[in-house]
Design a protein around this ligand. Structure first.
Ligand code: SF4
Length: 607
């Protein structure tokens, strides 16, 4: 099948059985690849009510039809499973080079089933697939193991690993690849740890069959040229996502001290400029990317090399925990990477714990004698270690903010910053209703990457509560995650502004299938609705209340900065949901109607 590796690889870690099957043509037509394949396999193969950390859950790695081709940024891999953090749908996306290698080995997806009794890693060299012993790797850090496996197997192998956080099933443990790229959110690393799978090592040498190679070359060159010609190219490649740090403070959306406020008084110490001057040593790109947003850094203070810190880490570890020295943030970033925990959720849970301590909800008795203070790097470093190893207070924080707030109670739910149990990524949204709606309705929960609607709020009026805001959120929720089905990076469009209409022709050149942009949007809507139905199936009583934002966003006006005095009123939260559900063709409880499911051809899957 043109554009695809052609096979699905199944590895059962309970029985040791390894099988392959052809990638179904109909699956590719209806779900494209990447997260489309992920949710299809999750919905149809993992039984309702499965324990996310039990052997029934599956861990699904999927490339897409653009992965490994000459499309700019064709290096994105989706990881799907049932989330141990939320009990719902988890899909995390990672860049680097592993998705291309997977395709070159001849596979579109790897489905990991069951669980091993002892630590193992998966070795894939084209058709040779083995489950290998990983006893000597267990307990080691993600970056360390990646280097070790490259030494043993060869630089040409692409490696994805978990750290101690994944081994200890921290509910927001991540999977690390390419020395600093993460499939970060929802606890995909914990599921890998529950299966005792330390790493996956892949090498492939096969061709990807392509319908029209000449046309692919022509269109690929055109897209690369469009990237390089963008006015934003220079700034994007110089600063990457750290270029957002200053803007976010200026518009009052930078989370500070557990999303208490939306801007630092002095944010120059965390600016992209400061980072570039103080710690960045080189730029780093994913497979086939002409605009390297990765910043590889060296902290002289802590003597570590780290990719980043990205915007999200600067926001959640920097602003949110109040670490204002970029070197402190870089070291916390390195700890998160090596220990294998998501820096977004980690920054959230630490900030939540500090606020609980500040308010007297927890004391030194709860913290093991540690005094939790804003802006103390040693407190942050110690808590990251404790979380990853589930030591003392770390055992509670490893379960996430929702669990900790229920455990400590005493009104702490009022400032527990999560939606559906997952911690919010780095945009304070009390003066950005469309952004807040994006968090409320996001299928992977409280994550900016599906719909980054804050720029639309700013463009059309931040206080406005109107149907066009719901429409924009829906549009973005179809466009942005489409890239996770295609197996490519969306930032060439988001940041460099290349034309979305360039994608259907190159997809046609690769697959031979003629699809319009509207056809692709319909596929993305199908995937979105299937993920929603997964939540409905797995969470008893799932509906509108699950989409409510954290109380702080509608009860506490912003106390300072450019958005001082703002909040999204409770009645506006309800209005936003009403407008959103109606435009999606869902009922008032936020459940897709039978008509909508039939329109998307999902009724036979859902039953
Ligand atoms: Fe990777 Fe950044 Fe390029 Fe996207 S823009 S492919 S994240 S280096």
């Amino acid at each position: 099948m043109n554009g695809y590796g052609g096979k699905i690889l199944r590895v059962n870690l309970t029985t040791g059985k390894i099988t392959t099957e052809p990638t179904p043509k109909e699956l590719a037509e209806r779900f494209l690849g990447g997260r489309g394949f992920g949710i299809y396999f999750l919905y149809t193969e993992v039984p309702k009510g499965a324990d996310p950390l039990g052997p029934e859950n599956k861990l699904i790695f999927s490339s897409g039809p653009l992965s490994g081709t000459l499309t700019p940024g064709a290096g994105k891999l989706d990881v799907t499973c049932k989330s141990p953090l939320t009990g719902g749908y988890a899909s995390a996306n990672v860049g680097g080079h592993i998705t291309a290698e997977l395709k070159y080995a001849g596979y579109d997806s790897i489905i990991i089933e069951g669980a091993s009794e002892k630590p193992v890693y998966l070795f894939i060299d084209d058709d040779e697939v083995q489950i290998r012993d990983a006893d000597d790797l267990w307990g080691k850090g993600s970056l360390t193991v990646e280097a070790e496996l490259k030494k043993r197997l060869g630089e040409e192998f692409q490696i994805a690993t978990i750290g101690p956080g994944g081994e200890n099933m921290v509910k927001y443990a991540c999977i690390t690849h390419d020395f600093g790229r993460q499939a970060g959110r929802g606890g995909v690393g914990a599921v890998m740890g529950s299966k005792k799978l330390k790493a996956i090592a892949i090498h492939g040498t096969k061709d990807i069959p392509v319908a029209n190679p000449e046309e692919l070359l022509r269109l690929g060159k055109e897209m690369y040229a469009a990237c390089k010609a963008s006015d934003a190219y220079e700034a994007w490649t110089k600063y990457g996502t750290s270029g957002v740090n200053v803007w976010s403070n200026e518009v009052g959306s930078f989370p500070v001290r557990n999303f208490w406020t939306g801007a630092l008084e002095d944010y120059s110490t965390l600016s992209g400029e400061t980072m570039r001057k103080k710690i960045v040593i080189t730029d780093k790109a994913c497979f086939g990317c002409p605009c390297p947003c990765g910043k590889y850094s060296h902290s002289k203070k802590y003597k570590v090399f780290v990719e980043g810190p990205e915007y999200e880490t600067a926001a959640l570890i920097g602003g949110n925990c109040y670490l204002l020295d970029i070197e402190d943030v870089a070291y916390a970033n390195w700890l998160c990477d090596e220990l294998g925990v998501d820096s977004i959720s980690t920054g959230n849970v630490i900030a939540f714990a500090i606020e609980c301590y500040e308010k007297g909800i927890i004391t030194k008795e709860d913290t093991g004698g540690l005094e939790l203070r804003w802006g103390d790097p040693q407190v942050v470093f110690t808590l990251i270690e404790k979380i990853a190893r589930r030591e003392g207070i770390g055992a509670i924080l490893a379960e996430g903010v929702k669990y900790a707030s229920q455990k400590w109670d005493k009104g702490s739910e009022e400032f527990a910053i999560h939606v559906k149990g997952m911690e919010m990524s780095g945009y304070e949204s009390r003066n950005a209703p469309a952004m807040l709606l994006s968090y409320m309705t996001c299928d992977v929960v409280a994550h900016h990457n599906r719909s980054w609607a804050i720029t639309y709020d700013i463009q059309v009026g931040r206080d406005k509560i109107s149907p066009d805001k719901a429409a924009k959120v829906i549009e973005l929720q179809h466009v942005r995650p489409l890239f996770d089905c295609l197996g490519a990076c969306r930032l060439q469009w988001v940041e460099l502004g290349i034309d979305l209409q360039l994608y259907p022709p190159i997809l046609k050149a690769i697959t031979g299938v003629d699809r319009s942009w509207d056809d692709l949007m319909k596929i993305s809507e199908r995937v979105w609705n299937l993920t929603r139905m997964y939540w409905v199936r797995e969470i008893e009583g799932f509906g509108r209340e699950w989409d409510y934002p954290p109380p702080r966003t509608y009860k506490e006006p912003v106390p300072s900065g450019p958005t001082k005095g703002k909040l999204v009123k409770w009645e506006d939260v309800q209005k936003l949901l009403d407008m959103y559900y109606e435009q999606r063709g869902w009922d008032k409880n936020g459940i897709p109607t039978r008509e909508k499911l039939a329109e998307l051809g999902l009724t036979e899957i859902i039953g």
